[in-house]
Design a protein around this ligand. Structure first.
Ligand SMILES: [Zn+2]
Length: 498
């Protein structure tokens, strides 16, 4: 294998760069690679793509990945006892998370994602503390800017069914009498009106939006929103051309709730309200039926597939072949999970390729659709822009550079397409560099903008300071989980018609 080389010539500070690669995949799965390719950057755009003057080897380039669904949890949930299990019970354990500085927690997650090739991330923020929303949004945006990643910040919106898929008062009454006062005080905040929520979204947008940051409407899930709130969201999305993200039919329990509450018209109702439109990204979509997929495809709405999350939370496997048959766009997200609990987007990409391209379907996931999801569709979901997916003059200068020398260390040369090697082996340890908007935000596998190991140490130290409170909460949460388990086992969610 030839010597590893990355030639960087700064023509003028921060304005122009020339990069050369052994293999340049401008649009993987669609365009053949350029063996010995070079890219010139100008500002935040690609100026030129051309054959390299001298084709020295070792590096492989493609567009940076877009993580279309994430919660940017730098401190992993298992750290405070939220073990992998059925989603509805896992969710209750999240209340044990000790207080963590929102800047540090987000920077840690963004940094890890960048180190695995992610240049754009959708951060579905989940706190229902409306009083802290603007400050938290500013801190999270500062974290994204310091790391250098593009951010879609999703404003959390919900106003019903906080405890589970049934009326809060009914679920509260089922809880252990010892815990009811605590549960009510801690988890059942009064929610703002739909009008106030829409004002808040505009306030957040004014505070943080910019060239690499967008703000989206984030109904937590259809079961957590009143009709009035969903109508306000659809209306604001259409009027302000703002994108919408929600969790959609993630679990079998949600499917049964939806069928009981809105028989035969669950998705149609969301379409009629303009919640589902070409501006829409639904996360998961595991339990969508073909007729519902067809409705979403007709509106050019998309689903963000979250494979590791769906395995770990026992939710199932998304029917991607039905998405492909209907021509519905789809993207991919890490969802703060990852197969090894490490937020590795490249491993997520590879395993998705295996799972969704079986031979016994007539609509397998092709390489073209796989990368269209991680590039073009994901970038649209996060940034609301349609100008991404191919490294070409004028396109955003978001480039993932892999250490092909390390990936191919034992291969007989010219026996295999380098992209197959990526799809067999690539993970974050092969990320050499990541450029986002023309800036090198990962160099030699390390984040350049922040001291990530120091941030991780501080996050762990903060959570240790909250350890006593977390341990005190453990029995309360376990009793709450037992209550929820019994509620769902007895079909409480199927009596939830509103
Ligand atoms: Zn999620």
């Amino acid at each position: 294998m030839p010597d590893l080389v990355l030639c960087i010539h700064r023509a003028s500070p921060m304005t122009a760069l020339d990069l050369s690669f052994q293999y340049l995949y401008a649009a993987p799965g669609r365009d053949a690679p350029l063996a010995g390719g070079a890219i010139s950057l100008s500002g935040d755009r690609i100026a030129e793509v051309k054959p390299a003057v001298s084709s020295r080897g070792g590096l492989l380039a493609m567009p940076a990945l877009a993580d279309a669904h994430d919660h940017a949890r730098g401190f992993h949930h298992i750290g405070f006892g939220a073990k992998d299990q059925k989603f509805e019970l896992w969710r209750a354990a999240l209340y044990a998370q000790p207080p963590i500085d929102p800047y540090l927690n987000a920077a840690l997650a963004f940094g890890r994602l960048a180190q695995s090739g992610v240049g754009s991330v959708m951060h579905v923020y989940s706190s229902i503390r409306v009083d802290r929303l603007i400050d938290d949004a500013r801190a999270i945006t500062r974290a994204a800017r310091d790391v250098g990643i593009r951010l879609g910040f999703v404003v959390p919106l919900r106003d019903v069914q906080t405890l589970g898929y049934g009326p809060d008062q009914e679920l509260l009454a089922l809880h252990d009498p010892r815990d009811q006062a605590f549960v009510k005080e801690t988890w059942l905040y009064p929610f703002p009106s739909p009008e106030r929520y829409m004002e808040l979204v505009r306030e957040v947008a004014r505070a943080i939006e910019g060239p690499t940051v967008t703000v989206q409407l984030g109904p937590n899930s259809p079961q957590a929103c009143s009709d009035g709130l969903l109508e306000a969201i659809g209306d604001a999305s259409a009027r302000e051309n703002r994108r919408v993200t929600t969790h959609l039919l993630e679990t079998s329990i949600q499917r049964k709730w939806a069928d009981a509450s809105y028989p035969g018209k669950f998705i149609r109702r969301l379409c009629d309200m303009d919640v589902i439109s070409e501006r829409f990204t639904g996360a998961h979509g595991v339990w969508l039926r073909p007729d519902e997929v067809a409705m979403m495809a007709e509106r050019r709405a998309q689903i963000a597939v979250n494979l590791s999350s769906n395995y770990r939370l026992r939710s199932g496997v998304a029917p991607v072949d039905s998405y492909i048959k209907a021509g519905m766009p789809f993207s991919f997200g890490v969802d703060s999970f990852g197969f090894d609990d490490d937020d590795d987007a490249l491993r997520e990409l590879r395993i998705g390729h295996w799972v969704f391209s079986p031979l016994d379907t007539d609509a397998p996931l092709t390489q073209e659709l796989l990368f269209r999801g991680w590039h073009q569709n994901g970038f649209l979901a996060v940034n609301g822009r349609n100008d991404y997916g191919r490294l070409t003059p004028g396109a955003p200068a978001d480039i993932l550079v892999l250490d092909y020398e390390a990936l191919s260390y034992d291969l007989i040369e010219n026996m295999i397409d380098p992209l197959e090697v990526v799809l067999t082996r690539a993970s974050s340890r092969h990320v050499k560099s990541l450029y986002v908007a023309g800036r090198e935000i990962v160099r030699d596998g390390k984040v350049t903008g922040v001291d990530l190991p120091a941030i991780e140490r501080e996050v762990i130290a903060q959570t240790r300071r909250g350890a006593e409170r977390a341990r005190a909460l453990k029995p309360v949460l376990e009793r709450s989980q037992a209550t929820l388990e019994e509620f769902y086992r007895a079909g409480g969610h199927t009596r939830a018609a509103r």
